[in-house]
Write a protein that binds this ligand. Structure first.
Ligand code: EPZ
Length: 415
Protein backbone atom coordinates (compact mmCIF):
# COMPACT_ATOMS: atom_id res chain seq x y z
CA UNK A 1 0.00 0.00 0.00
CA UNK A 2 1.42 3.36 -1.03
CA UNK A 3 2.26 6.13 1.40
CA UNK A 4 3.13 9.76 0.83
CA UNK A 5 6.23 11.04 2.65
CA UNK A 6 5.98 14.80 3.17
CA UNK A 7 8.67 17.26 4.32
CA UNK A 8 6.44 20.09 5.55
CA UNK A 9 7.00 23.73 6.45
CA UNK A 10 7.45 25.10 2.93
CA UNK A 11 5.07 27.90 1.78
CA UNK A 12 3.58 26.84 -1.58
CA UNK A 13 4.03 29.31 -4.40
CA UNK A 14 3.08 29.05 -8.07
CA UNK A 15 0.26 28.22 -10.49
CA UNK A 16 -1.91 25.11 -10.56
CA UNK A 17 -4.24 24.05 -13.36
CA UNK A 18 -7.44 22.65 -11.87
CA UNK A 19 -8.71 19.43 -13.52
CA UNK A 20 -12.22 18.53 -14.62
CA UNK A 21 -14.65 17.80 -11.79
CA UNK A 22 -14.82 14.19 -10.58
CA UNK A 23 -18.38 14.70 -9.31
CA UNK A 24 -19.49 16.10 -12.66
CA UNK A 25 -17.66 13.50 -14.75
CA UNK A 26 -19.17 10.48 -12.98
CA UNK A 27 -22.85 11.29 -13.71
CA UNK A 28 -21.88 12.54 -17.20
CA UNK A 29 -20.25 9.18 -18.03
CA UNK A 30 -23.35 7.36 -16.70
CA UNK A 31 -25.48 9.60 -18.94
CA UNK A 32 -23.68 8.02 -21.90
CA UNK A 33 -26.05 5.08 -21.35
CA UNK A 34 -29.22 7.09 -21.96
CA UNK A 35 -28.48 8.43 -25.46
CA UNK A 36 -28.88 6.60 -28.80
CA UNK A 37 -26.03 8.74 -30.12
CA UNK A 38 -22.38 9.22 -29.28
CA UNK A 39 -21.34 11.27 -26.25
CA UNK A 40 -17.98 13.05 -26.37
CA UNK A 41 -16.79 14.34 -23.00
CA UNK A 42 -13.76 16.64 -22.79
CA UNK A 43 -11.77 17.68 -19.72
CA UNK A 44 -12.52 14.33 -18.05
CA UNK A 45 -10.11 13.91 -15.12
CA UNK A 46 -8.02 10.73 -15.18
CA UNK A 47 -8.92 9.25 -11.78
CA UNK A 48 -9.46 5.83 -10.26
CA UNK A 49 -13.17 6.66 -9.94
CA UNK A 50 -13.65 7.80 -13.54
CA UNK A 51 -11.75 4.67 -14.59
CA UNK A 52 -14.18 2.55 -12.56
CA UNK A 53 -17.15 4.19 -14.27
CA UNK A 54 -15.60 3.51 -17.69
CA UNK A 55 -15.17 -0.17 -16.73
CA UNK A 56 -18.79 -0.29 -15.58
CA UNK A 57 -20.08 1.08 -18.89
CA UNK A 58 -17.93 -1.39 -20.86
CA UNK A 59 -19.38 -4.11 -18.62
CA UNK A 60 -22.83 -2.99 -19.81
CA UNK A 61 -21.61 -3.49 -23.41
CA UNK A 62 -20.97 0.16 -24.30
CA UNK A 63 -18.03 1.31 -26.45
CA UNK A 64 -15.90 3.58 -24.27
CA UNK A 65 -12.65 5.04 -25.58
CA UNK A 66 -10.34 7.59 -23.99
CA UNK A 67 -7.87 9.73 -25.94
CA UNK A 68 -6.15 12.18 -23.57
CA UNK A 69 -8.83 14.01 -21.60
CA UNK A 70 -11.56 13.13 -24.14
CA UNK A 71 -13.89 10.23 -23.45
CA UNK A 72 -16.04 8.89 -26.33
CA UNK A 73 -19.05 6.78 -25.32
CA UNK A 74 -21.21 5.03 -27.94
CA UNK A 75 -22.97 1.83 -28.87
CA UNK A 76 -25.73 0.32 -26.78
CA UNK A 77 -26.02 -1.74 -23.62
CA UNK A 78 -26.42 -5.50 -23.93
CA UNK A 79 -26.04 -6.31 -20.24
CA UNK A 80 -28.11 -4.52 -17.60
CA UNK A 81 -26.33 -5.81 -14.49
CA UNK A 82 -24.07 -3.59 -12.38
CA UNK A 83 -22.36 -6.26 -10.27
CA UNK A 84 -21.36 -5.92 -6.61
CA UNK A 85 -17.64 -6.31 -7.28
CA UNK A 86 -17.73 -3.19 -9.46
CA UNK A 87 -20.32 -1.20 -7.49
CA UNK A 88 -18.71 -1.69 -4.07
CA UNK A 89 -15.54 -0.01 -5.38
CA UNK A 90 -17.47 3.09 -6.28
CA UNK A 91 -20.84 4.09 -4.92
CA UNK A 92 -21.54 6.46 -7.78
CA UNK A 93 -22.23 3.30 -9.84
CA UNK A 94 -25.81 3.71 -8.62
CA UNK A 95 -26.04 6.45 -11.27
CA UNK A 96 -26.50 3.82 -14.01
CA UNK A 97 -29.94 2.97 -12.58
CA UNK A 98 -31.81 5.94 -14.09
CA UNK A 99 -30.30 5.81 -17.60
CA UNK A 100 -30.67 2.00 -17.91
CA UNK A 101 -34.32 2.14 -16.83
CA UNK A 102 -35.08 5.11 -19.08
CA UNK A 103 -33.56 3.67 -22.25
CA UNK A 104 -33.86 -0.10 -21.78
CA UNK A 105 -36.67 -0.47 -19.25
CA UNK A 106 -34.56 -2.65 -16.99
CA UNK A 107 -31.63 -2.56 -14.57
CA UNK A 108 -30.12 -4.82 -11.93
CA UNK A 109 -27.79 -2.73 -9.81
CA UNK A 110 -26.01 -3.96 -6.72
CA UNK A 111 -26.80 -2.02 -3.57
CA UNK A 112 -23.60 0.01 -3.11
CA UNK A 113 -23.17 -0.68 0.57
CA UNK A 114 -21.79 1.93 2.93
CA UNK A 115 -18.41 3.58 3.04
CA UNK A 116 -16.23 5.23 5.65
CA UNK A 117 -18.31 8.42 5.83
CA UNK A 118 -21.71 6.85 6.30
CA UNK A 119 -24.29 4.20 5.49
CA UNK A 120 -25.02 6.06 2.25
CA UNK A 121 -28.56 4.68 1.61
CA UNK A 122 -30.07 4.86 -1.87
CA UNK A 123 -33.73 4.91 -0.84
CA UNK A 124 -34.32 8.29 -2.53
CA UNK A 125 -32.98 6.96 -5.84
CA UNK A 126 -35.36 3.98 -5.62
CA UNK A 127 -38.37 6.09 -4.68
CA UNK A 128 -37.74 8.39 -7.63
CA UNK A 129 -37.69 5.44 -10.06
CA UNK A 130 -40.90 4.12 -8.52
CA UNK A 131 -42.47 7.56 -8.94
CA UNK A 132 -41.71 7.26 -12.66
CA UNK A 133 -43.60 3.94 -12.72
CA UNK A 134 -40.73 1.48 -12.42
CA UNK A 135 -41.30 -1.76 -10.49
CA UNK A 136 -38.41 -2.11 -8.04
CA UNK A 137 -37.57 -5.14 -5.88
CA UNK A 138 -34.63 -5.58 -3.52
CA UNK A 139 -33.26 -9.11 -3.57
CA UNK A 140 -29.85 -10.73 -2.99
CA UNK A 141 -28.28 -7.32 -2.32
CA UNK A 142 -29.45 -6.03 -5.70
CA UNK A 143 -31.93 -3.43 -6.87
CA UNK A 144 -33.99 -5.17 -9.54
CA UNK A 145 -35.92 -2.57 -11.50
CA UNK A 146 -38.04 -2.80 -14.60
CA UNK A 147 -40.34 -0.54 -16.60
CA UNK A 148 -41.60 -2.69 -19.48
CA UNK A 149 -43.77 0.06 -20.89
CA UNK A 150 -41.16 2.76 -20.33
CA UNK A 151 -41.19 5.45 -17.64
CA UNK A 152 -43.97 7.99 -17.11
CA UNK A 153 -43.30 11.59 -16.13
CA UNK A 154 -44.07 12.41 -12.50
CA UNK A 155 -43.62 15.02 -9.78
CA UNK A 156 -40.81 13.75 -7.53
CA UNK A 157 -40.55 15.50 -4.16
CA UNK A 158 -37.32 14.73 -2.27
CA UNK A 159 -37.66 14.92 1.55
CA UNK A 160 -33.98 15.91 1.71
CA UNK A 161 -31.48 17.22 -0.80
CA UNK A 162 -29.58 14.42 -2.54
CA UNK A 163 -27.07 15.12 -5.33
CA UNK A 164 -27.06 11.57 -6.70
CA UNK A 165 -30.80 11.02 -6.45
CA UNK A 166 -31.41 14.33 -8.26
CA UNK A 167 -29.03 13.21 -11.02
CA UNK A 168 -30.63 9.76 -11.37
CA UNK A 169 -34.13 11.30 -11.48
CA UNK A 170 -33.12 13.96 -14.00
CA UNK A 171 -31.56 11.44 -16.41
CA UNK A 172 -34.52 9.05 -16.06
CA UNK A 173 -37.04 11.85 -16.71
CA UNK A 174 -35.45 12.83 -20.04
CA UNK A 175 -37.09 9.83 -21.77
CA UNK A 176 -40.17 9.46 -19.54
CA UNK A 177 -43.54 10.05 -21.23
CA UNK A 178 -44.83 13.50 -20.36
CA UNK A 179 -43.61 16.13 -17.95
CA UNK A 180 -41.60 15.56 -14.76
CA UNK A 181 -40.82 17.93 -11.92
CA UNK A 182 -38.08 17.34 -9.35
CA UNK A 183 -38.87 19.28 -6.17
CA UNK A 184 -36.23 19.99 -3.47
CA UNK A 185 -33.63 19.18 -6.12
CA UNK A 186 -29.91 19.57 -5.43
CA UNK A 187 -28.45 22.81 -6.81
CA UNK A 188 -24.76 21.86 -7.11
CA UNK A 189 -22.87 23.10 -10.20
CA UNK A 190 -22.45 19.44 -11.17
CA UNK A 191 -26.24 19.13 -11.49
CA UNK A 192 -26.34 22.09 -13.88
CA UNK A 193 -23.39 20.65 -15.83
CA UNK A 194 -25.25 17.35 -16.26
CA UNK A 195 -28.43 19.19 -17.34
CA UNK A 196 -26.49 21.20 -19.95
CA UNK A 197 -25.01 17.97 -21.37
CA UNK A 198 -28.44 16.28 -21.49
CA UNK A 199 -29.88 19.37 -23.22
CA UNK A 200 -27.05 19.14 -25.78
CA UNK A 201 -28.21 15.58 -26.44
CA UNK A 202 -31.77 16.86 -27.07
CA UNK A 203 -33.32 16.71 -23.61
CA UNK A 204 -35.77 19.42 -22.55
CA UNK A 205 -34.80 20.61 -19.06
CA UNK A 206 -35.38 23.90 -17.23
CA UNK A 207 -34.81 25.03 -13.65
CA UNK A 208 -31.49 23.20 -13.11
CA UNK A 209 -29.48 25.06 -10.49
CA UNK A 210 -32.67 25.87 -8.60
CA UNK A 211 -34.56 23.61 -6.19
CA UNK A 212 -37.19 22.73 -8.83
CA UNK A 213 -36.20 21.11 -12.13
CA UNK A 214 -38.76 20.56 -14.92
CA UNK A 215 -38.16 17.98 -17.66
CA UNK A 216 -40.31 17.38 -20.78
CA UNK A 217 -39.78 13.78 -21.87
CA UNK A 218 -38.58 13.14 -25.46
CA UNK A 219 -38.52 9.91 -27.50
CA UNK A 220 -34.75 9.62 -27.77
CA UNK A 221 -31.49 11.51 -27.33
CA UNK A 222 -28.69 12.02 -29.83
CA UNK A 223 -25.02 12.98 -30.14
CA UNK A 224 -23.40 15.58 -27.91
CA UNK A 225 -19.98 17.00 -27.12
CA UNK A 226 -19.57 18.45 -23.64
CA UNK A 227 -16.76 19.99 -21.58
CA UNK A 228 -16.71 18.87 -17.92
CA UNK A 229 -16.68 21.83 -15.51
CA UNK A 230 -13.58 22.41 -13.38
CA UNK A 231 -13.41 20.63 -10.03
CA UNK A 232 -14.49 23.12 -7.36
CA UNK A 233 -13.46 20.74 -4.57
CA UNK A 234 -9.96 20.30 -6.00
CA UNK A 235 -9.74 24.10 -6.44
CA UNK A 236 -10.97 24.66 -2.88
CA UNK A 237 -8.43 22.14 -1.60
CA UNK A 238 -5.60 24.05 -3.30
CA UNK A 239 -6.90 27.37 -1.94
CA UNK A 240 -6.66 25.92 1.56
CA UNK A 241 -3.19 24.55 0.72
CA UNK A 242 -2.02 28.12 -0.03
CA UNK A 243 -3.57 29.38 3.22
CA UNK A 244 -2.29 26.61 5.50
CA UNK A 245 1.31 26.75 4.22
CA UNK A 246 1.42 30.57 4.35
CA UNK A 247 2.01 30.70 0.59
CA UNK A 248 0.42 32.07 -2.57
CA UNK A 249 -1.15 30.03 -5.38
CA UNK A 250 -2.91 31.01 -8.59
CA UNK A 251 -5.61 28.52 -9.56
CA UNK A 252 -6.17 28.27 -13.30
CA UNK A 253 -9.42 27.03 -14.90
CA UNK A 254 -11.22 27.35 -11.56
CA UNK A 255 -14.61 29.11 -11.37
CA UNK A 256 -14.78 31.46 -8.38
CA UNK A 257 -18.59 31.53 -8.36
CA UNK A 258 -18.57 27.80 -7.53
CA UNK A 259 -16.57 28.58 -4.38
CA UNK A 260 -18.39 31.57 -2.88
CA UNK A 261 -19.05 29.91 0.49
CA UNK A 262 -15.43 28.78 0.95
CA UNK A 263 -13.96 32.07 -0.22
CA UNK A 264 -16.25 34.06 2.09
CA UNK A 265 -14.94 32.09 5.08
CA UNK A 266 -11.29 32.20 3.98
CA UNK A 267 -11.48 35.99 3.57
CA UNK A 268 -12.88 36.21 7.11
CA UNK A 269 -9.82 34.22 8.21
CA UNK A 270 -7.56 36.88 6.69
CA UNK A 271 -6.72 35.14 3.42
CA UNK A 272 -6.50 37.31 0.27
CA UNK A 273 -8.48 35.97 -2.69
CA UNK A 274 -8.44 37.88 -5.99
CA UNK A 275 -9.84 36.96 -9.36
CA UNK A 276 -7.72 38.06 -12.33
CA UNK A 277 -7.20 37.07 -15.95
CA UNK A 278 -4.77 34.32 -14.92
CA UNK A 279 -7.30 32.74 -12.59
CA UNK A 280 -7.88 32.97 -8.86
CA UNK A 281 -4.97 34.15 -6.66
CA UNK A 282 -5.05 32.91 -3.06
CA UNK A 283 -2.48 34.39 -0.67
CA UNK A 284 -1.89 34.07 3.08
CA UNK A 285 -1.09 37.22 5.04
CA UNK A 286 0.67 35.98 8.16
CA UNK A 287 -1.73 34.48 10.72
CA UNK A 288 -4.92 32.50 10.09
CA UNK A 289 -8.09 33.74 11.77
CA UNK A 290 -10.60 31.23 13.11
CA UNK A 291 -14.18 30.85 11.80
CA UNK A 292 -17.15 28.57 12.40
CA UNK A 293 -18.67 26.59 9.52
CA UNK A 294 -21.72 24.40 8.99
CA UNK A 295 -21.74 22.14 5.94
CA UNK A 296 -24.83 22.36 3.73
CA UNK A 297 -25.93 21.46 0.22
CA UNK A 298 -24.89 24.01 -2.42
CA UNK A 299 -24.65 27.00 -2.19
CA UNK A 300 -23.75 26.28 1.46
CA UNK A 301 -20.29 25.24 2.66
CA UNK A 302 -19.45 21.97 0.83
CA UNK A 303 -19.15 18.86 2.99
CA UNK A 304 -16.35 17.79 0.62
CA UNK A 305 -14.21 20.68 1.90
CA UNK A 306 -14.98 20.20 5.62
CA UNK A 307 -11.95 18.00 6.38
CA UNK A 308 -9.60 20.32 4.52
CA UNK A 309 -10.97 23.38 6.34
CA UNK A 310 -10.61 21.59 9.68
CA UNK A 311 -6.90 21.08 8.98
CA UNK A 312 -6.61 24.84 8.44
CA UNK A 313 -8.47 25.63 11.68
CA UNK A 314 -6.01 23.42 13.61
CA UNK A 315 -3.45 26.18 12.92
CA UNK A 316 -5.77 29.19 13.37
CA UNK A 317 -5.51 31.92 16.00
CA UNK A 318 -8.51 30.93 18.12
CA UNK A 319 -11.24 28.30 18.24
CA UNK A 320 -13.67 27.21 15.57
CA UNK A 321 -16.86 25.15 15.57
CA UNK A 322 -17.25 22.81 12.63
CA UNK A 323 -20.69 21.31 12.11
CA UNK A 324 -21.06 18.44 9.62
CA UNK A 325 -24.75 18.12 8.71
CA UNK A 326 -24.62 16.12 5.45
CA UNK A 327 -22.94 12.84 6.44
CA UNK A 328 -23.18 11.08 9.76
CA UNK A 329 -19.56 10.01 10.08
CA UNK A 330 -17.32 12.45 8.31
CA UNK A 331 -14.83 13.14 11.10
CA UNK A 332 -12.50 10.20 10.41
CA UNK A 333 -9.63 12.67 9.88
CA UNK A 334 -9.97 13.93 13.49
CA UNK A 335 -8.05 11.17 15.32
CA UNK A 336 -5.33 11.36 12.67
CA UNK A 337 -5.01 15.16 12.95
CA UNK A 338 -4.83 14.68 16.74
CA UNK A 339 -1.84 12.39 16.22
CA UNK A 340 -0.16 15.48 14.78
CA UNK A 341 -0.99 17.40 17.96
CA UNK A 342 -4.25 19.03 16.86
CA UNK A 343 -6.65 20.04 19.66
CA UNK A 344 -10.09 18.83 18.54
CA UNK A 345 -13.13 17.67 20.47
CA UNK A 346 -15.97 15.91 18.71
CA UNK A 347 -19.52 15.70 20.00
CA UNK A 348 -21.81 14.04 17.43
CA UNK A 349 -21.76 16.14 14.28
CA UNK A 350 -19.90 19.01 15.91
CA UNK A 351 -16.12 19.36 16.14
CA UNK A 352 -14.61 22.08 18.34
CA UNK A 353 -11.10 22.95 17.13
CA UNK A 354 -8.67 24.97 19.21
CA UNK A 355 -6.03 26.43 16.91
CA UNK A 356 -2.33 26.08 17.76
CA UNK A 357 0.79 27.80 16.40
CA UNK A 358 2.06 24.53 14.95
CA UNK A 359 1.49 20.78 14.72
CA UNK A 360 4.04 18.00 15.03
CA UNK A 361 5.02 15.65 12.20
CA UNK A 362 3.74 12.08 12.51
CA UNK A 363 2.80 8.97 10.53
CA UNK A 364 -0.97 9.16 9.87
CA UNK A 365 -3.50 7.04 8.00
CA UNK A 366 -5.98 8.05 5.32
CA UNK A 367 -9.52 6.69 5.69
CA UNK A 368 -11.50 8.32 2.90
CA UNK A 369 -10.88 10.63 -0.02
CA UNK A 370 -11.26 14.04 1.58
CA UNK A 371 -9.85 12.99 4.98
CA UNK A 372 -6.68 11.85 3.19
CA UNK A 373 -6.14 15.21 1.53
CA UNK A 374 -6.75 17.03 4.83
CA UNK A 375 -3.87 15.03 6.34
CA UNK A 376 -1.67 15.98 3.37
CA UNK A 377 -2.50 19.65 3.98
CA UNK A 378 -1.67 19.39 7.69
CA UNK A 379 1.62 17.65 6.86
CA UNK A 380 2.55 20.29 4.26
CA UNK A 381 2.11 22.96 6.95
CA UNK A 382 4.20 21.13 9.56
CA UNK A 383 8.00 21.27 9.83
CA UNK A 384 9.56 17.80 9.63
CA UNK A 385 8.68 14.51 7.99
CA UNK A 386 5.17 13.13 8.05
CA UNK A 387 3.89 10.08 6.26
CA UNK A 388 0.29 9.58 5.07
CA UNK A 389 -0.51 5.90 4.50
CA UNK A 390 -3.33 4.24 2.46
CA UNK A 391 -3.22 7.02 -0.10
CA UNK A 392 -5.14 4.90 -2.60
CA UNK A 393 -8.04 6.93 -1.14
CA UNK A 394 -6.36 10.05 -2.52
CA UNK A 395 -6.00 8.63 -6.03
CA UNK A 396 -9.77 8.23 -6.28
CA UNK A 397 -10.31 11.97 -6.45
CA UNK A 398 -7.07 13.82 -7.13
CA UNK A 399 -5.03 13.34 -10.29
CA UNK A 400 -1.30 14.14 -10.18
CA UNK A 401 -1.52 15.71 -6.71
CA UNK A 402 2.20 15.25 -6.05
CA UNK A 403 3.09 16.82 -9.42
CA UNK A 404 0.69 19.75 -9.03
CA UNK A 405 1.81 20.62 -5.49
CA UNK A 406 5.41 19.61 -6.16
CA UNK A 407 5.74 22.23 -8.90
CA UNK A 408 4.72 24.80 -6.26
CA UNK A 409 7.44 23.77 -3.83
CA UNK A 410 5.86 20.91 -1.91
CA UNK A 411 8.41 18.25 -0.90
CA UNK A 412 6.38 15.06 -1.10
CA UNK A 413 6.92 11.72 -2.74
CA UNK A 414 5.27 8.33 -2.87
CA UNK A 415 6.92 5.45 -0.99
C1 EPZ B 1 -22.38 13.30 -3.86
O1 EPZ B 1 -22.60 12.08 -3.18
C2 EPZ B 1 -20.87 13.39 -4.04
N1 EPZ B 1 -20.40 12.27 -4.86
C3 EPZ B 1 -20.19 13.38 -2.67
O2 EPZ B 1 -18.79 13.53 -2.89
C4 EPZ B 1 -20.70 14.59 -1.88
O3 EPZ B 1 -20.13 14.56 -0.59
C5 EPZ B 1 -22.23 14.51 -1.77
O4 EPZ B 1 -22.81 14.44 -3.10
C6 EPZ B 1 -22.80 15.73 -1.07
O5 EPZ B 1 -22.45 16.89 -1.78
C7 EPZ B 1 -20.58 12.33 -6.20
O6 EPZ B 1 -21.13 13.27 -6.73
C8 EPZ B 1 -20.08 11.15 -6.98
P1 EPZ B 1 -26.10 12.84 -1.45
P2 EPZ B 1 -24.11 11.54 -3.01
O7 EPZ B 1 -27.04 11.86 -2.07
O8 EPZ B 1 -24.91 11.87 -4.20
C9 EPZ B 1 -28.35 10.91 2.21
C10 EPZ B 1 -16.51 13.06 -2.63
O9 EPZ B 1 -15.74 13.13 -1.66
N2 EPZ B 1 -29.07 10.07 1.22
O10 EPZ B 1 -26.25 14.29 -1.75
O11 EPZ B 1 -24.03 10.12 -2.56
C11 EPZ B 1 -26.88 10.56 2.29
O12 EPZ B 1 -26.67 9.46 3.15
C12 EPZ B 1 -17.91 12.48 -2.46
O13 EPZ B 1 -16.24 13.45 -3.79
C13 EPZ B 1 -30.12 9.28 1.65
O14 EPZ B 1 -30.47 9.26 2.83
O15 EPZ B 1 -24.61 12.42 -1.77
C14 EPZ B 1 -26.28 11.83 2.83
O16 EPZ B 1 -26.43 11.84 4.24
C15 EPZ B 1 -18.17 12.02 -1.03
N3 EPZ B 1 -30.79 8.51 0.74
C16 EPZ B 1 -27.17 12.92 2.22
O17 EPZ B 1 -28.36 12.26 1.76
C17 EPZ B 1 -30.44 8.50 -0.58
O18 EPZ B 1 -31.09 7.79 -1.38
C18 EPZ B 1 -26.54 13.61 1.02
O19 EPZ B 1 -26.12 12.60 0.13
C19 EPZ B 1 -29.35 9.31 -1.00
C20 EPZ B 1 -28.69 10.09 -0.09
Amino acid sequence: MDSLRIEGGVPLKGEIVVSGAKNAALPLIAAGLVTDGTLRLRNVPDLVDTGSMEVLLRNHGMDVGRTGDMLVIGGSATNFDAPYDLVRKMRASILVLGPLLARYGQARVSLPGGCAIGTRPVDLHIRAMQAFGAIVELADGYIQARAPGGLTGARVVFPMVSVGATENAMIAATLAKGTSEIVNAAREPEISDLAECLIAMGARITGHGTDTITIEGVDSLGDATHDVIPDRIEAGTFAIAAAITGGELTLQNARARHLDSLFEVLRRCGITIDENDDGIRVAANGGIGSADITTDPFPGFPTDLQAQFMALMCLADGSSRISETVFENRFMHVPELMRMGADIQVDGGIAMVRGKPSLTPAPVMATDLRASVSLVLAALATEGTSEVSRIYHLDRGYSDLEAKLGQCGARMHRV
